[in-house]
Design a protein around this ligand. Sequence first.
Ligand code: FES
Length: 187
Amino acid sequence: MIARTNHESGAADRTVTPPDGRAMADQPRWRQDFPIDAAQDDYVSRRELTKFVVLTSAAFVVGQWWIVLKSLWRTAQPDTAVRIAAVDDLPVGGARTFFYPESSSPRLLVRIGSKSFVAYDQQCTHLLCPVVPDVPSGRLHCPCHNGWFDLASGQVLAGPPQRALPRVHVEVRADGVYATGVDEAAT
Ligand code: FES
């Protein structure tokens, strides 16, 4: 005799055949609690797998669309460049602090060539001590625990810091040096 599970709305797919042929209501408690025969187990698994694959695919598609929309939104943003210095404010090798955006932690602008500037968050990524540029050696130094960063990239060279310094993108324009964005990947 074929009995149907009584707690599944899609019960048509989940038929079981108790070995003694009695109705499900007459079966022992364990049988009622676990009414799916081993023969149907793989079918149930396929259904669950299909559901999993569909949901995962849907989540992937939504994620991709989110990335595309975020990118479009950023592109549509107005120019957020902020003038942070005149070119001649700093000699080659000189540095100054600024805030970008206004509410940020202190940033450090360093002139590394006649027309080359780099800027980073001034706070060390170890325990937030202010870093100091050492232009002749091409590094930034954190004196608190002797951490060192590459001046050209902000990457860690030595010491306890584990993360690069967040980078502020700068552009030299006709009327000065502008901060144009922050490398969010490093923040
Ligand atoms: S705070 Fe910079 S190395 Fe520790």
